[in-house]
Ligand binder design. Structure first.
Ligand code: G3I
Length: 344
Protein backbone atom coordinates (compact mmCIF):
# COMPACT_ATOMS: atom_id res chain seq x y z
CA UNK A 1 0.00 0.00 0.00
CA UNK A 2 1.49 3.33 -0.94
CA UNK A 3 2.12 6.12 1.58
CA UNK A 4 -0.99 8.01 0.46
CA UNK A 5 -3.18 5.07 1.28
CA UNK A 6 -1.53 4.79 4.72
CA UNK A 7 -2.36 8.46 5.39
CA UNK A 8 -5.93 8.01 4.28
CA UNK A 9 -6.76 4.75 6.02
CA UNK A 10 -7.57 6.18 9.51
CA UNK A 11 -9.56 9.01 7.86
CA UNK A 12 -11.41 6.48 5.76
CA UNK A 13 -12.35 4.28 8.70
CA UNK A 14 -13.80 7.30 10.45
CA UNK A 15 -15.73 8.33 7.38
CA UNK A 16 -17.00 5.15 5.78
CA UNK A 17 -19.41 3.98 8.49
CA UNK A 18 -22.76 5.53 9.34
CA UNK A 19 -24.23 8.86 8.23
CA UNK A 20 -21.94 11.51 6.74
CA UNK A 21 -19.85 13.07 9.48
CA UNK A 22 -19.35 16.82 9.69
CA UNK A 23 -16.33 17.65 7.58
CA UNK A 24 -13.15 18.65 9.36
CA UNK A 25 -12.54 22.39 8.88
CA UNK A 26 -9.08 23.29 7.63
CA UNK A 27 -7.09 26.33 6.64
CA UNK A 28 -5.30 26.36 3.28
CA UNK A 29 -3.36 28.91 1.20
CA UNK A 30 -4.89 30.08 -2.09
CA UNK A 31 -4.78 26.92 -4.22
CA UNK A 32 -3.58 28.79 -7.31
CA UNK A 33 -0.62 30.09 -5.29
CA UNK A 34 0.64 26.57 -4.58
CA UNK A 35 -0.33 24.88 -7.86
CA UNK A 36 2.55 25.10 -10.39
CA UNK A 37 -0.01 24.79 -13.18
CA UNK A 38 -3.27 26.56 -14.09
CA UNK A 39 -6.09 25.50 -11.78
CA UNK A 40 -9.57 25.76 -13.25
CA UNK A 41 -13.12 25.40 -12.00
CA UNK A 42 -16.44 24.74 -13.71
CA UNK A 43 -18.69 27.80 -13.69
CA UNK A 44 -22.17 28.93 -14.66
CA UNK A 45 -23.09 32.52 -15.42
CA UNK A 46 -25.48 32.97 -12.53
CA UNK A 47 -22.75 31.94 -10.08
CA UNK A 48 -20.91 35.17 -10.84
CA UNK A 49 -23.75 36.99 -9.02
CA UNK A 50 -23.08 34.92 -5.87
CA UNK A 51 -20.44 36.80 -3.85
CA UNK A 52 -19.62 33.72 -1.72
CA UNK A 53 -18.94 31.71 -4.89
CA UNK A 54 -16.91 34.62 -6.29
CA UNK A 55 -14.81 34.71 -3.12
CA UNK A 56 -13.87 31.02 -3.41
CA UNK A 57 -13.23 31.16 -7.15
CA UNK A 58 -11.35 34.47 -7.09
CA UNK A 59 -9.12 33.27 -4.26
CA UNK A 60 -8.30 29.77 -5.46
CA UNK A 61 -8.65 29.47 -9.26
CA UNK A 62 -7.11 30.92 -12.44
CA UNK A 63 -9.52 29.70 -15.08
CA UNK A 64 -13.15 28.69 -15.66
CA UNK A 65 -14.76 26.05 -17.84
CA UNK A 66 -18.41 26.87 -18.61
CA UNK A 67 -20.56 24.01 -17.32
CA UNK A 68 -23.07 24.38 -20.13
CA UNK A 69 -23.21 27.88 -21.65
CA UNK A 70 -20.68 27.10 -24.42
CA UNK A 71 -22.46 23.95 -25.58
CA UNK A 72 -24.92 23.58 -28.44
CA UNK A 73 -27.79 23.24 -25.93
CA UNK A 74 -27.19 26.86 -24.91
CA UNK A 75 -26.54 28.54 -28.28
CA UNK A 76 -27.79 26.46 -31.23
CA UNK A 77 -31.33 27.28 -32.33
CA UNK A 78 -33.56 24.79 -34.20
CA UNK A 79 -33.44 26.89 -37.39
CA UNK A 80 -29.65 26.91 -37.63
CA UNK A 81 -29.18 30.35 -36.16
CA UNK A 82 -27.31 31.01 -32.92
CA UNK A 83 -27.91 32.75 -29.61
CA UNK A 84 -24.50 33.17 -28.02
CA UNK A 85 -25.78 35.53 -25.32
CA UNK A 86 -25.32 33.01 -22.47
CA UNK A 87 -21.78 32.12 -23.56
CA UNK A 88 -20.88 35.76 -24.21
CA UNK A 89 -22.15 36.71 -20.75
CA UNK A 90 -20.08 34.02 -19.06
CA UNK A 91 -16.92 34.86 -21.02
CA UNK A 92 -17.42 38.54 -20.21
CA UNK A 93 -17.92 37.91 -16.49
CA UNK A 94 -14.91 35.60 -16.30
CA UNK A 95 -12.47 37.78 -18.19
CA UNK A 96 -13.77 40.78 -16.21
CA UNK A 97 -12.45 39.02 -13.11
CA UNK A 98 -9.11 38.13 -14.65
CA UNK A 99 -10.06 34.48 -15.14
CA UNK A 100 -9.08 32.75 -18.40
CA UNK A 101 -11.70 30.63 -20.16
CA UNK A 102 -11.51 27.02 -21.36
CA UNK A 103 -14.03 26.44 -24.15
CA UNK A 104 -16.24 23.40 -23.55
CA UNK A 105 -17.40 21.85 -25.90
CA UNK A 106 -18.00 22.18 -29.64
CA UNK A 107 -18.77 18.60 -30.72
CA UNK A 108 -20.48 16.30 -28.19
CA UNK A 109 -22.50 13.30 -29.30
CA UNK A 110 -25.26 14.15 -26.80
CA UNK A 111 -25.84 17.60 -28.26
CA UNK A 112 -25.76 17.52 -32.07
CA UNK A 113 -27.67 20.65 -33.16
CA UNK A 114 -31.08 19.92 -34.72
CA UNK A 115 -30.11 21.73 -37.94
CA UNK A 116 -27.27 19.26 -38.38
CA UNK A 117 -29.28 16.21 -37.39
CA UNK A 118 -31.68 16.98 -40.24
CA UNK A 119 -28.80 16.67 -42.75
CA UNK A 120 -27.37 13.29 -41.72
CA UNK A 121 -28.71 11.65 -44.90
CA UNK A 122 -26.75 13.98 -47.17
CA UNK A 123 -23.01 13.72 -46.45
CA UNK A 124 -21.98 16.66 -48.61
CA UNK A 125 -24.59 19.00 -47.15
CA UNK A 126 -23.84 17.81 -43.61
CA UNK A 127 -20.08 18.21 -44.05
CA UNK A 128 -20.50 21.75 -45.34
CA UNK A 129 -22.89 22.76 -42.53
CA UNK A 130 -20.75 20.97 -39.92
CA UNK A 131 -17.62 22.84 -40.96
CA UNK A 132 -19.51 26.14 -40.85
CA UNK A 133 -20.86 25.24 -37.38
CA UNK A 134 -17.43 24.46 -35.92
CA UNK A 135 -15.87 27.57 -37.51
CA UNK A 136 -18.72 29.76 -36.22
CA UNK A 137 -18.35 28.60 -32.63
CA UNK A 138 -14.55 28.49 -32.50
CA UNK A 139 -14.24 31.72 -34.48
CA UNK A 140 -16.53 33.65 -32.14
CA UNK A 141 -14.26 33.05 -29.16
CA UNK A 142 -10.96 33.39 -31.02
CA UNK A 143 -8.60 35.21 -28.65
CA UNK A 144 -11.07 34.86 -25.77
CA UNK A 145 -10.55 31.19 -24.87
CA UNK A 146 -7.17 29.57 -24.19
CA UNK A 147 -8.32 26.15 -25.40
CA UNK A 148 -11.28 24.06 -26.51
CA UNK A 149 -12.59 20.61 -25.86
CA UNK A 150 -13.18 20.34 -29.60
CA UNK A 151 -14.65 16.83 -29.37
CA UNK A 152 -16.01 15.43 -26.11
CA UNK A 153 -16.60 11.74 -25.26
CA UNK A 154 -15.97 10.09 -28.66
CA UNK A 155 -15.32 6.61 -27.19
CA UNK A 156 -17.69 3.92 -25.93
CA UNK A 157 -17.41 2.85 -22.29
CA UNK A 158 -17.01 -0.86 -22.73
CA UNK A 159 -13.95 -1.22 -24.94
CA UNK A 160 -16.07 -1.58 -28.09
CA UNK A 161 -14.39 1.31 -29.85
CA UNK A 162 -15.82 4.62 -30.92
CA UNK A 163 -19.34 5.99 -30.33
CA UNK A 164 -21.16 5.65 -33.66
CA UNK A 165 -24.85 6.09 -32.85
CA UNK A 166 -25.03 9.87 -33.15
CA UNK A 167 -25.53 12.37 -35.96
CA UNK A 168 -21.88 13.33 -36.37
CA UNK A 169 -20.72 9.74 -36.91
CA UNK A 170 -23.81 8.73 -38.88
CA UNK A 171 -23.08 11.47 -41.40
CA UNK A 172 -19.28 11.48 -41.57
CA UNK A 173 -17.99 8.33 -39.88
CA UNK A 174 -15.05 8.78 -37.50
CA UNK A 175 -13.78 11.52 -39.81
CA UNK A 176 -16.06 13.90 -37.88
CA UNK A 177 -13.35 14.10 -35.23
CA UNK A 178 -10.51 15.09 -37.58
CA UNK A 179 -12.75 17.56 -39.44
CA UNK A 180 -13.78 19.23 -36.16
CA UNK A 181 -10.15 19.82 -35.23
CA UNK A 182 -9.27 21.14 -38.70
CA UNK A 183 -12.18 23.61 -38.77
CA UNK A 184 -11.53 24.71 -35.20
CA UNK A 185 -7.88 25.40 -36.07
CA UNK A 186 -8.91 27.33 -39.18
CA UNK A 187 -11.17 29.54 -37.04
CA UNK A 188 -8.80 29.91 -34.11
CA UNK A 189 -5.08 29.59 -34.89
CA UNK A 190 -3.98 29.89 -31.26
CA UNK A 191 -6.30 27.93 -28.97
CA UNK A 192 -5.00 24.57 -27.74
CA UNK A 193 -7.36 21.93 -29.14
CA UNK A 194 -8.24 18.99 -26.87
CA UNK A 195 -9.90 15.61 -27.20
CA UNK A 196 -11.72 14.91 -23.90
CA UNK A 197 -13.34 11.83 -22.34
CA UNK A 198 -14.38 10.25 -19.02
CA UNK A 199 -13.80 6.95 -17.17
CA UNK A 200 -10.32 6.69 -18.65
CA UNK A 201 -9.11 6.14 -15.06
CA UNK A 202 -11.44 3.19 -14.51
CA UNK A 203 -11.68 1.49 -17.91
CA UNK A 204 -8.30 0.59 -19.48
CA UNK A 205 -9.98 -0.64 -22.70
CA UNK A 206 -11.73 2.72 -23.07
CA UNK A 207 -8.40 4.44 -22.49
CA UNK A 208 -6.83 2.20 -25.16
CA UNK A 209 -9.50 3.18 -27.69
CA UNK A 210 -9.19 6.86 -26.73
CA UNK A 211 -5.44 6.73 -27.31
CA UNK A 212 -5.96 4.87 -30.59
CA UNK A 213 -8.20 7.69 -31.80
CA UNK A 214 -5.74 10.36 -30.65
CA UNK A 215 -2.89 8.56 -32.42
CA UNK A 216 -4.91 8.33 -35.62
CA UNK A 217 -5.58 12.07 -35.45
CA UNK A 218 -1.87 12.80 -35.08
CA UNK A 219 -1.04 10.47 -37.99
CA UNK A 220 -3.62 12.28 -40.12
CA UNK A 221 -1.97 15.60 -39.27
CA UNK A 222 -4.96 16.88 -37.29
CA UNK A 223 -4.13 19.85 -35.00
CA UNK A 224 -4.71 17.84 -31.80
CA UNK A 225 -2.99 19.83 -29.06
CA UNK A 226 -3.85 17.94 -25.90
CA UNK A 227 -5.74 15.14 -24.16
CA UNK A 228 -8.42 15.74 -21.52
CA UNK A 229 -9.25 13.10 -18.92
CA UNK A 230 -12.36 14.20 -17.06
CA UNK A 231 -11.66 12.38 -13.77
CA UNK A 232 -15.20 12.11 -12.41
CA UNK A 233 -14.11 9.44 -9.95
CA UNK A 234 -15.51 7.62 -6.90
CA UNK A 235 -13.92 8.23 -3.49
CA UNK A 236 -12.66 4.65 -3.53
CA UNK A 237 -10.80 4.90 -6.85
CA UNK A 238 -8.26 2.05 -6.80
CA UNK A 239 -4.79 3.02 -5.58
CA UNK A 240 -2.51 3.66 -8.56
CA UNK A 241 -5.28 4.13 -11.13
CA UNK A 242 -4.55 7.83 -11.72
CA UNK A 243 -0.81 7.31 -12.08
CA UNK A 244 -1.31 4.47 -14.56
CA UNK A 245 -3.83 6.54 -16.52
CA UNK A 246 -1.75 9.71 -16.83
CA UNK A 247 1.39 7.76 -17.70
CA UNK A 248 -0.57 6.00 -20.41
CA UNK A 249 -2.08 9.22 -21.77
CA UNK A 250 1.33 10.91 -21.72
CA UNK A 251 2.72 8.24 -24.06
CA UNK A 252 1.72 10.35 -27.09
CA UNK A 253 3.71 13.33 -25.84
CA UNK A 254 0.66 15.65 -25.76
CA UNK A 255 -0.17 18.01 -22.87
CA UNK A 256 -2.67 16.56 -20.40
CA UNK A 257 -5.69 18.35 -18.92
CA UNK A 258 -7.26 16.67 -15.90
CA UNK A 259 -10.43 18.39 -16.93
CA UNK A 260 -13.47 17.77 -14.71
CA UNK A 261 -12.39 16.54 -11.28
CA UNK A 262 -14.93 15.49 -8.72
CA UNK A 263 -14.52 12.75 -6.12
CA UNK A 264 -17.90 11.22 -5.37
CA UNK A 265 -18.67 9.68 -1.98
CA UNK A 266 -22.02 8.42 -3.23
CA UNK A 267 -20.42 6.54 -6.12
CA UNK A 268 -17.87 4.85 -3.82
CA UNK A 269 -18.69 1.24 -2.98
CA UNK A 270 -15.65 0.59 -0.79
CA UNK A 271 -13.56 2.75 1.55
CA UNK A 272 -14.47 6.42 1.26
CA UNK A 273 -11.04 8.07 0.84
CA UNK A 274 -11.44 11.43 -0.98
CA UNK A 275 -8.25 12.76 0.62
CA UNK A 276 -6.18 9.86 -0.76
CA UNK A 277 -7.79 10.15 -4.18
CA UNK A 278 -7.20 13.92 -4.32
CA UNK A 279 -3.56 13.42 -3.35
CA UNK A 280 -3.16 10.71 -5.99
CA UNK A 281 -4.61 12.97 -8.68
CA UNK A 282 -2.06 15.65 -7.80
CA UNK A 283 0.83 13.18 -7.47
CA UNK A 284 0.02 11.55 -10.82
CA UNK A 285 -0.24 14.95 -12.52
CA UNK A 286 2.94 16.24 -10.92
CA UNK A 287 4.64 13.01 -12.02
CA UNK A 288 4.20 14.07 -15.66
CA UNK A 289 7.03 15.89 -17.45
CA UNK A 290 6.42 19.63 -16.91
CA UNK A 291 5.73 20.25 -20.62
CA UNK A 292 2.81 17.80 -20.44
CA UNK A 293 1.19 19.34 -17.34
CA UNK A 294 -1.41 21.52 -19.09
CA UNK A 295 -3.73 22.02 -16.14
CA UNK A 296 -6.27 20.67 -13.67
CA UNK A 297 -9.92 21.73 -13.52
CA UNK A 298 -12.27 20.95 -10.63
CA UNK A 299 -15.85 20.44 -11.74
CA UNK A 300 -17.33 23.00 -9.39
CA UNK A 301 -16.35 25.16 -6.43
CA UNK A 302 -18.54 24.06 -3.50
CA UNK A 303 -20.25 20.70 -2.93
CA UNK A 304 -23.65 22.25 -3.61
CA UNK A 305 -22.42 23.57 -6.97
CA UNK A 306 -21.78 20.05 -8.23
CA UNK A 307 -23.87 18.46 -10.97
CA UNK A 308 -23.86 15.42 -8.66
CA UNK A 309 -26.16 17.37 -6.34
CA UNK A 310 -28.49 18.45 -9.17
CA UNK A 311 -31.06 16.81 -11.45
CA UNK A 312 -31.19 13.03 -11.73
CA UNK A 313 -27.76 12.68 -10.15
CA UNK A 314 -28.99 14.21 -6.87
CA UNK A 315 -29.48 11.88 -3.89
CA UNK A 316 -31.78 13.86 -1.56
CA UNK A 317 -31.07 11.47 1.32
CA UNK A 318 -27.33 11.77 0.97
CA UNK A 319 -26.01 14.93 -0.71
CA UNK A 320 -22.63 14.20 -2.30
CA UNK A 321 -19.40 15.92 -1.16
CA UNK A 322 -17.31 15.71 -4.35
CA UNK A 323 -15.49 19.04 -4.40
CA UNK A 324 -12.84 20.94 -2.43
CA UNK A 325 -15.06 23.44 -0.62
CA UNK A 326 -18.14 22.92 1.53
CA UNK A 327 -21.41 24.79 1.05
CA UNK A 328 -20.19 27.61 3.26
CA UNK A 329 -17.16 28.01 0.99
CA UNK A 330 -14.80 26.55 3.60
CA UNK A 331 -11.94 24.29 2.43
CA UNK A 332 -12.44 20.62 3.31
CA UNK A 333 -9.96 17.92 4.33
CA UNK A 334 -9.90 16.94 0.65
CA UNK A 335 -8.65 20.46 -0.19
CA UNK A 336 -6.03 20.11 2.54
CA UNK A 337 -4.91 16.79 1.03
CA UNK A 338 -4.76 18.49 -2.39
CA UNK A 339 -2.50 21.22 -0.92
CA UNK A 340 -0.30 18.73 0.97
CA UNK A 341 0.28 16.81 -2.26
CA UNK A 342 1.18 20.05 -4.05
CA UNK A 343 3.60 21.25 -1.36
CA UNK A 344 5.35 18.12 -0.12
O1 G3I B 1 -29.95 26.62 -15.31
C1 G3I B 1 -30.38 26.55 -16.65
C2 G3I B 1 -31.66 27.30 -16.85
O2 G3I B 1 -31.46 28.68 -16.58
C3 G3I B 1 -32.06 27.13 -18.29
O3 G3I B 1 -33.25 27.83 -18.57
C4 G3I B 1 -32.22 25.67 -18.61
C5 G3I B 1 -32.56 25.52 -20.10
O4 G3I B 1 -32.21 24.23 -20.52
O5 G3I B 1 -31.00 24.97 -18.37
C6 G3I B 1 -30.49 25.12 -17.08
O6 G3I B 1 -29.19 24.67 -17.19
C7 G3I B 1 -28.93 23.31 -16.99
C8 G3I B 1 -27.48 23.34 -16.48
O7 G3I B 1 -26.95 22.04 -16.40
C9 G3I B 1 -27.42 24.00 -15.11
O8 G3I B 1 -28.09 23.24 -14.18
C10 G3I B 1 -29.01 22.58 -18.33
O9 G3I B 1 -30.36 22.43 -18.69
C11 G3I B 1 -28.37 21.20 -18.17
O10 G3I B 1 -28.32 20.56 -19.44
C12 G3I B 1 -26.94 21.40 -17.69
O11 G3I B 1 -26.34 20.11 -17.48
C13 G3I B 1 -24.91 20.12 -17.63
C14 G3I B 1 -24.57 18.85 -18.42
O12 G3I B 1 -23.13 18.72 -18.52
C15 G3I B 1 -25.16 18.92 -19.82
O13 G3I B 1 -24.65 20.08 -20.47
C16 G3I B 1 -24.27 20.07 -16.23
O14 G3I B 1 -24.47 21.30 -15.56
C17 G3I B 1 -22.77 19.81 -16.39
O15 G3I B 1 -22.17 19.63 -15.11
C18 G3I B 1 -22.51 18.56 -17.24
O16 G3I B 1 -21.14 18.48 -17.41
C19 G3I B 1 -20.67 17.32 -18.16
C20 G3I B 1 -19.55 17.78 -19.07
O17 G3I B 1 -20.01 18.80 -19.94
C21 G3I B 1 -18.97 16.60 -19.83
N1 G3I B 1 -18.52 15.56 -18.88
C22 G3I B 1 -19.58 15.08 -17.98
C23 G3I B 1 -20.13 16.26 -17.17
C24 G3I B 1 -21.17 15.79 -16.18
O18 G3I B 1 -22.29 15.28 -16.87
Amino acid sequence: MNRRALIAAPLALAACSGPPVAEAQVDIPPLKSVAPFPLGVAAMTEQFDDSAWGEVVGTHFDRVTPEWEMKAEAFAREDGTYDFSRADRLVGRATGRGLSVFGHTIVWYTQAPAFLQRLTGDRRAFEEAYGRYVRTVAGRYRGRVVAWDVVNEPVLDDGQGYRTRHAFHEALGIDYVRLAFEHAREADPAAVLFLNDYNLEQLPKKRRDFLRLAESLLKAGAPLGGLGTQTHVPADLPVGAMDETLRDLASLGLPIHVSEVDISANRARGRHEPERVAAEIVDAFQGLPERLRWGVTIWGARHGDSWLNRGEEKNPLRPDRPLLFDDQGRPTSTAAAFVRALTT
